[in-house]
Design a binder for this molecule. Sequence first.
Ligand SMILES: [Zn+2]
Length: 242
Amino acid sequence: MSEKIKAIVIRSNDRKEKDTNVLLFSVEKGKIWATLKGVKTQNAKMKLASQPFCFGEFIIEEGKTGNVVIGFECLESFHEISENIDRYFEASAVLEILDKLKFSNNFEQAQAFLLVLKTLKSLCFFSPKSIYAINKFMIGLFEILGVPLREDKCSCCGTTAFDKLYIDYSTGEFVCTGCKTYNNEEVQKTVLAALKILRNTDFEKLGTLKLAQGSEVLLLKLLVKNFERQFDEHLKLMGVLS
Ligand SMILES: [Zn+2]
């Protein structure tokens, strides 16, 4: 029995001489591996289905040794992303983060799918400034996963009349001077501002946005550290923060 799913290619690896395995992220089934048979020797259309970022409709059939892709229709290849090295690194970082995640329900999964699609679209078509899109992606991801970063109040006592906010990496929350503990780190005002602005700006508008210089780097470092602490995973993010 075959099944049609809408999915984004996260990564691929060679299986046998002619086959390639792809890790797909789908709305319907979350992350699944499937095999593209004979993809290296024939059928250029199927070849596209092995390229990271590619978004399409996959027809999957359960074979003896796992899922096999028996049909594919490309909806958006996002191939332009690969023409700019910075965009490529940024989009690859998005897929790396996605690869590390586990979703607890279908709703989270569907929301994350839309978020990934919007981020790739933004990187591909709306020319956002460097690392704006991945910052916005991560901010959205924390919200979807139930650990949102709120810069407008202390998450502990609830005050909005704070002079400084600190991040508590053990909970992934911002706290005020009165509530902070010894290992909480102060968050600069420009970083809090960048977080708020990015959350409230649509992906399509990122191309015209300008944040305080350097705030996007500090914000991304904070988001990455928070991600690593919350999900106990290490992120490489090659070419983005290194
Ligand atoms: Zn407080």
